[in-house]
Design a protein around this ligand. Structure first.
Ligand code: AMP
Ligand code: ZN
Length: 664
């Protein structure tokens, strides 16, 4: 054997031992022997740097330091999951999906591991990249840290696809977590609060040698991509296991919601014996073909559902109620609690939502209250322990004036919340609107953060978002913690935002009820802010999916003189207030008035591209066939019942090519 072969053989051997030890939990050599072999390999590699391999087992110990994690756009978006809490929720879900797919539905039930989600990309059987979920669209490249986790295979076994993404959860098992905390306490340090946050924090450590010391594990649950030749989720899990990934063996196939519930009920108690945290069950439609048929909502797959285990509860004392003012002027009451431990974290505050909620629960200061933590970060109060109420207790009087600017609050008919109407003079509203304007999904102004906005407003350098464009470097330099370089970045970031497309500007300017999706619809329909600002309520309502509430809010926004001026200023600075010529060129009205249902698999364009083409050409996409459907675009493998339904309603069934011909 020459040196190269020797190195390769050692690497292969160590890889197998790692796998036996960490993934199979079944070591076949002693730790000492393993360490000796690793040392041999380290020495050989040091002597022969020409045979470097980024995926060598020696690199598991870490050492590489990352200063800034690179942002990576996910090729397939990392969605969140819809939640359910009862049998009824699950039956409703089943009813919804049965309308959209043909045939019987099988479900895979998996545990919902509570850690940090991760997307791993493999190419030719080697780990290429590991990216955190981030906001679902883009995350951080944490490959160097992930490589130190022994259950992440650096090289795969068997017959794997040439390139694919696989998703999973990085968890910190209780045992390792407790050990880490014992060491911290012994060293006089504050213990970590819970395994989940510690796991996600571990991925963002700068020194990968630190990550290597943490007993993290990677549990896998889904393979992305279409060309893997796999047809079901259950098979997905088995394949991933065969390629060397750690896939927990508790997944189960179910033929009905009743069987799903059996699984849920079993694990509701049995999970307490698992070595890591779980917070529910994930139920997935087993057939990948049916999954594709079902597709996604704006937030989550239609083909999956999380079932949350019942949340833990504690009781504690309500010390006081404070009131927060949001960017829209909405008032949110917040409960300040006697700190108490709940599901691994210390809880000090809980949201009370609005005046009705306080009244309904009759919550009073000094009451003993029950606090529950669901999926949300902020826990909620679910009831008062009336047996412990002090005798002199008085009902809570909701505030009548803004805690920030003292203006009298208003509450319109049908609105749950109170509002501070002082649009231009109430500090949290002024700051909140600008913070919204610069936020990631809006203008995404790099180099400018929420805290700096508050400083700028408080220093009276800006009073609305259009003022940003007049800021000079000299203005911002005197601010707290503002160095030369960051001032340059800030100004450059503001300048760059002039290129952000119209639909995002429309979202950024913060018209009440105009979220991202509505902003897109309005931008597409009106094409410029001028046209939108002249639209009447009737006109707005005639736009698909725009209701009265939104229409009124848009008209109100543009009827304010201040808003009108601010928008004009944006225009004068060159912010994009109309669709670009490029976008307009790809849009037509050719399909106006037609409703399309898209079904099956396509060859020339993907399903999403097809939907976009329909919308760009003025058509409407609907997910189920009805008498309103104009065309059914039928791809390969379309289900027979869809075809039958379309035929019975005499709806035109067209091919992909027919469709493409319609828009040339
Ligand atoms: P949520 O963050 O509550 O919307 O839930 C979605 C997250 O659940 C995903 O991003 C995953 O990180 C996590 N998850 C844990 N276990 C699973 C599983 N078996 N299948 C899918 N997602 C899971
Ligand atoms: Zn106010």
């Amino acid at each position: 054997m020459n040196i190269k072969e020797q190195i390769e053989a050692l690497r292969e051997e160590l890889r197998q031992h790692n796998y036996n030890y960490y993934t199979l939990d079944n070591p076949t050599i002693s730790d000492y022997e393993f360490d000796m072999k690793l040392k041999d390999l380290q020495e050989l590699e040091a002597k022969h740097p020409e045979f470097y391999d980024a995926n060598s087992p020696t690199l598991r110990v870490g050492g590489e330091v990352t200063k800034n994690f690179e942002t990576i756009v996910h090729e397939n978006r990392m969605y969140s999951l819809d939640n359910s809490y009862s049998k009824e929720d699950l039956l409703d879900w089943e009813k919804r999906i049965k309308k959209l797919v043909d045939g019987d539905i099988q479900y895979t039930c998996e545990l919902k591991y509570d850690g940090a989600s991760i997307s791993l990309t493999y190419e030719n059987g080697e780990l290429l990249r590991a990216v955190t979920r981030g906001d679902g669209f883009q995350g951080d490249n944490v490959t160097t840290n992930i490589k130190t986790i022994k259950t992440v295979p650096l090289k795969l076994k068997g017959n794997y696809p040439e390139k694919f993404d696989i998703r999973g959860e990085i968890v910190l098992p209780f045992e390792g977590f407790n050990k880490m905390n014992e060491e911290r306490i012994a060293a006089g340090e504050e213990p970590y609060r819970n395994p989940r946050n510690t796991a996600s924090g571990s991925l963002k450590l700068q020194d990968s040698a630190e990550t290597a010391k943490r007993p993290l594990e990677c549990l896998l649950y889904s393979i992305e991509g279409r060309n893997t030749g796999i047809e079901t989720q259950f098979e997905n899990l088995e394949k991933a296991r065969a390629w060397g990934f750690k896939v927990p063996s508790d997944a189960k196939l179910s033929n009905s919601i009743d069987e799903v519930l059996e699984f849920v009920n079993y694990w509701d108690t049995a999970r307490h014996d698992l070595p890591y945290e779980t917070d529910g069950v994930v139920i997935k439609v087993n057939s990948l073909y049916q999954q594709q048929e079902l597709g996604y909502t704006a937030k989550a797959p239609r083909w999956a559902m999380a079932y949350k285990f019942k949340a833990e509860q504690v009781s504690t004392k309500l010390n006081s109620i404070s009131y927060q003012v949001g960017r829209t002027g909405a008032i949110t009451p917040v409960a300040n609690l006697e700190p108490v431990e709940l599901a691994g974290t210390i809880v000090k505050r809980a949201s009370l939502h609005n005046a009705d909620q306080i009244e309904k629960l009759d919550i009073r200061v000094n009451d003993e209250v029950f606090v529950e933590k669901g999926g949300e970060i902020i826990p909620k109060i679910i009831a008062v322990d009336l047996s412990k109420r002090p005798e002199d207790s008085e009902p809570t009087q909701y505030i009548t004036h803004c805690p920030e600017c003292k203006t009298e609050l208003v509450r319109t008919e049908g609105d749950a919340k109170h509002y501070c109407p002082n649009y231009n003079g109430c500090n949290p509203q002024v700051i909140g609107r600008i913070q919204h304007y610069i936020s990631r999904k809006a203008m995404d102004i790099e180099g400018l953060g929420g805290e700096t906005v508050a400083l700028l407003v408080n220093a009276r350098l800006i009073s609305n978002y259009s003022d940003l464009y007049e800021l000079k470097k000299e203005d911002v330099l005197p601010l707290e913690r503002m160095a030369e370089k960051s001032a340059d970045n800030l100004i450059a970031g503001i300048e760059a935002s002039k290129q952000i497309p119209f639909e995002r500007v429309l979202y950024a300017i913060g018209i009440r009820f105009v979220g991202e999706t509505v902003a897109k619809k309005l931008a597409k329909h009106y094409k410029s802010i001028d046209a939108l600002s002249f639209a009447s309520i009737e006109d707005l309502i005639s736009v698909d999916e725009i209701g009265e509430k939104i229409a009124e809010s848009v008209v109100e926004f543009f009827s304010s003189k201040e808003n009108y001026e601010v928008v004009n200023r944006l225009k004068s600075f060159g912010v994009q207030l109309e669709l670009s010529a490029e976008v307009l060129a790809n849009q037509t009205n050719k399909l106006e008035g037609s409703v399309f249902v898209v079904s099956g698999v396509f060859t020339q364009v993907s399903r999403n591209e097809l939907k976009k083409l329909i919308e760009d050409n003025g058509g409407k996409v609907s997910s189920s066939i009805s008498s309103k459907t104009s065309y059914l675009v039928a791809g390969d493998k379309m289900g027979p019942s869809k075809r039958a339904k379309a035929e019975s309603l005499s709806i035109a069934i067209i091919t992909e090519q027919d469709f493409l011909n319609m828009i040339i």
